[in-house]
Design a protein around this ligand. Structure first.
Ligand code: PLP
Length: 358
């Protein structure tokens, strides 16, 4: 859908009852407490208009709202960080903007102009900047999303949409090493499908297999290709990496792999460090062979929420394979620390990933 842009000033209705006092920086549960304000803008008559920042709260909607029935719902996940000087930075926000439009296009939804996305994002985060925690490892999690808002239950792309941004403080993520199960029955994504976009339905469909895996003592599923269940794709809702014989390997982007911004950042840093990097298919057989002959050095998932989630153990066809202790992992520990340091402004931001707010 082609959208015309008419950037008008954002109307701001400040909350008269700020809840920031309720925030205990030492006790933050992820995703439960939301900042004082939210942003939204409506798409109607083929254009975005009436951009507003209002107090965070419930949204009235018709039970016939199309997104509730047919799943025209897409989202992004990103973070803001505060450095020692109290300055607030977003990590690679323009990449989130590009990606939400890729999702919108695939789901036949209205795309959002970059200026509008960035204006809403920066004004909202700046207004609620006290909600960006500055303690070690903490951040403000930001959730932009677009939903179809037609009051109509016929099946067709919605004509009306609403783009929202809500934010929620996130404490230090305790990176407990994860036990993963290689899934050989259910699938997350298939060629020609929507696995490469951040569509809500991708998450909905993954919850049942994930629940079954959790009942068996695993934290996450490693998804495999839909055809043969031989090639590894993603780890839960994270991109997957392994290090075999000093080579960093990750599945190539395509229809079934989400183009993670953390994935790209990890690949960029690895290349900066002159590490051998391969974006190619990797089978479970290859990983288990490497495990057997002692060359499987590292395995981890990457994503905005955890950054790097090291894999401690891989379950496959009734057997569990234990990986080397996480403390001794050279690459995943180094890249996790480097990303942390870049985000907190402790090392030079040579790739211009940090975007200052205010
Ligand atoms: C969001 C997401 C990721 C990670 O993307 P980041 O940009 O690194 O947060 C990976 N896989 C899936 C399926 C996702 O939805």
């Amino acid at each position: 859908m082609v959208t015309t842009t008419a950037i008008q000033p954002i109307k701001v209705h400040k909350s008269a009852n700020l809840r920031i006092k309720e925030l205990d920086y030492n006790k933050i549960t992820f995703g439960k407490l939301f900042s004082d304000h939210m942003f939204y803008v409506d798409f109607k008559d083929n254009q975005w208009s009436d951009a507003q920042i209002i107090p965070y709260g419930p949204i009235p909607m018709s039970p016939a709202t199309s997104a509730l029935h047919y799943g025209q719902a897409i989202f992004e996940g990103m973070k803001a960080y505060k450095n020692d000087k109290g300055e607030v930075f977003l990590f690679r926000p323009l990449d989130n903007h590009k990606r939400i439009n890729i999702s919108a296009e695939r789901m036949a939804m209205a795309t959002i102009p970059q200026e509008l996305f960035m204006a809403g994002l920066t004004e909202l985060v700046n207004l609620d900047r006290d909600w960006v925690p500055d303690t070690d490892g903490s951040s403000l999690y930001i959730r932009p999303f677009i939903v179809g808002t037609d009051e109509f239950i016929g099946v067709k792309p919605s004509e009306n949409y609403r783009f929202y941004i809500i934010t929620s403080p996130a404490g230090k993520y305790y990176n407990e090493p994860v036990k993963v199960l290689v899934e050989t029955n259910y699938i997350r994504a298939v060629e020609g499908g929507v696995g490469y976009v951040k569509a809500s339905g991708n998450y909905g469909r993954s919850l049942f297999p994930a629940k079954l895996a959790q009942q068996r003592g695993y934290h996450q599923i490693i998804w495999t290709d839909a055809r043969n269940h031989r090639y590894l794709e993603e780890s839960g809702t994270m991109n997957l990496f392994v290090v075999i014989d000093d080579v960093l390997i990750t599945p190539p982007l395509g229809d079934t792999i989400l183009a993670g911004i953390t994935r790209d950042s990890v690949l960029t840093l690895a290349r900066d460090w002159k590490m051998k990097v391969q974006e190619r298919k990797i089978s479970i057989d290859e990983v288990l062979d490497a495990h057997k002959n002692g060359t499987l050095e590292d395995a981890f998932g990457t994503g905005t929420a955890a950054t790097i989630a090291q894999i401690a153990q891989i379950g496959f066809e009734g057997k569990d394979y234990v990986l080397p202790p996480v403390e001794g992992r050279i690459f995943s520990n180094r890249v996790a620390k480097e990303l942390d340091n870049i985000r907190k402004g402790k090392v030079a931001d040579v790739h211009n990933w940090m975007y200052k707010v205010g």
